[in-house]
Design a protein around this ligand. Sequence first.
Ligand SMILES: CC(C)(COP(=O)(O)OP(=O)(O)OC[C@H]1O[C@@H](n2cnc3c(N)ncnc32)[C@H](O)[C@@H]1OP(=O)(O)O)[C@@H](O)C(=O)NCCC(=O)NCCS
Length: 168
Amino acid sequence: MAEITMSIRRARTEDAAALSAVSDAAWREAYQGILPALWLERMIGRRGPRWWLSTVSRGRPLVVLDVGERVAGYVSYGRCRDRALPADGEIDELYLAPEYQGLGFGRRLFKAVRNDLEDRGAKRMSVWCLSDNERGCEFYARLGGRVIAETTERFAGIALKKSCFLFR
Ligand SMILES: CC(C)(COP(=O)(O)OP(=O)(O)OC[C@H]1O[C@@H](n2cnc3c(N)ncnc32)[C@H](O)[C@@H]1OP(=O)(O)O)[C@@H](O)C(=O)NCCC(=O)NCCS
């Protein structure tokens, strides 16, 4: 039987093209029917390999999940960017390519980030999720997050609710 390995590691500049492909597929699948189509296309278009190259080089932590030889997902995170929140750390984005969802990889990525933030002294962690992204919200609730704030953001004129989950 073939053995498939998985690992979680820091992103490298050579991952830019793979990160672009994963985010393209994941964003399309997660947000079609939620975010305005034109806005979504524009965002996906902006996040090409060049955008990822500069993001990888920027210094805010970014880790990738390798499954076999493929980049299957990524998480970006760091210090909480909103001082009004009772959190030290924050997950900015956590995305898996659609074919790798529902297999426990999201939980593993989340745990790896949680451990890394704790090692950096960030015990309380926040993450924002569009409230209409039911799967994302269920995932964070299932992992023990509690909604502590809600806000509305406009996307191409459409107002959408976002929920902030806190993990302590
Ligand atoms: C959200 C996401 C990261 C979850 O990762 P995943 O690998 O599919 O989730 P896991 O298999 O690790 O599941 C972890 C837990 O969440 C629960 N969960 C996952 N998807 C769920 C769903 N659609 N409904 C209810 N619970 C769900 C699982 O039941 C599991 O709990 P359990 O282990 O106690 O049974 C992944 O689906 C994804 O990348 N979605 C698109 C991007 C996105 O929405 N990101 C979040 C916004 S930043």
